[in-house]
Write a protein of this length. Sequence first.
Length: 451
Amino acid sequence: MTTLNRRDFLKTCAAAGAALGAPAWLQGQAPHIARPVRPNLLFLTTDQWHAEAFSYRGNPWLRTPNSDRIAAAGTTFGRAYAAHPVCTPSRTSWFTGRMPAEHRIAPPPSMPDMGGWFGDHGYETVHLGKWDVGKRNAAKSFDLARHGHAVGQYCDHAVAEMARSYLLGRRRDRPFLLHVGLMNPHDICQPSVMVTQQGKLAWDGVELPPVPPNFAARPGESKYFVSRLRNSSRRIAGRTWDEHDWRVYQWLYYRYCEMADAALGQVLDALDASGEADNTLLVYTSDHGEGRGEHGLATKGFLYESSVRVPLTIVHPDGAGAGARDVRHFVSGIDFFPTFCGAAGIPRPDNLPGIDLLAERAAGRRSREAVVAEATFGGWMVRSDRYKLIRYENDSTAQFFDLERDPHETRNLATDAAAAPLVARHDALLQDFRARLQIPAGATVNEQVDG
């Protein structure tokens, strides 16, 4: 005798009613099918989303109802970080499970990626939207690959519609690994290179967000960082801005977030309509954050929290952890590959430095004492429970923050004598992590262009 859960019972009733009229599939509802043994994997990503730019995080300057849906259905992670706060190295780390120093945004053919690996282990693999994985052709890795436009406002809804078509029309003889890559709020990179409008734009009646509390902070930045990143050619325009311009920039940024949020809703609705949500692990994240005026910086590429910390929500098929927030586990962009492997019950490639996050949480353990990230021009970050160290390979100046007392990173403690043992401890954590990587000889990703 078959027992129906509440969701299946309601779907059965709806299907019976629909049988008197048009077929269910003509109403946008795919026929309900029996669950396969292995879960489907939906990797839903955006580009350049600040970890706190959501309604559910209490941000009053935008509305993100669909991101809020995801957060309410799953577990959000407050300590999730990009492997590198720039699109291409971060995304290459997602799909190879390797740090940028290992893949160098040019992974060799011997380095597996998610598409090929899961395809070889019985999954139907699909990529839709933004790819930007260095020197790796998605069409050769995935069973199906379709790309979007380089401007999010022109392509994200089309990418979401492709996802809907796939979810409602697929054959369903295999579980799927589906990556849906939305472009926005990356479109903010366009106004980021505009010179000041000196009040010429009409903003009458529009309430603008205030500049962030650490807007003016420049906490002991190294000369190398200032010359190579803060004063880089692509940031020249921003040096002409006054506070009003920065407030306009934030307002525009939040509108791009809302555009992407609407496209997220299209994908969520399609998953619900497909009848496969009960057997789908959904992971939502972004490749990096956004400066948003913190430390007087826009866009990405640096190791302050605004740029390197990312949103992350995992929605489990059985609803476990719905609405919870995890601030205990450190998460890196290199963790998605091994986590998906664990969920699918397939082996993971050799030498992956990341962890299976779901297995860690299920076992009640935390094997990672700190999380490490890289950045352009030889930057490295170590973030532990309370402290954070930033170093650049070509400069002896370090930054060291007490994030418990100084969450906005305004006071550099690196030269304080009392902090010396803590700095040494974080240097040791960094060296230990790097020693475990498979770093090839020669040049690394460190000379990638800014942003």
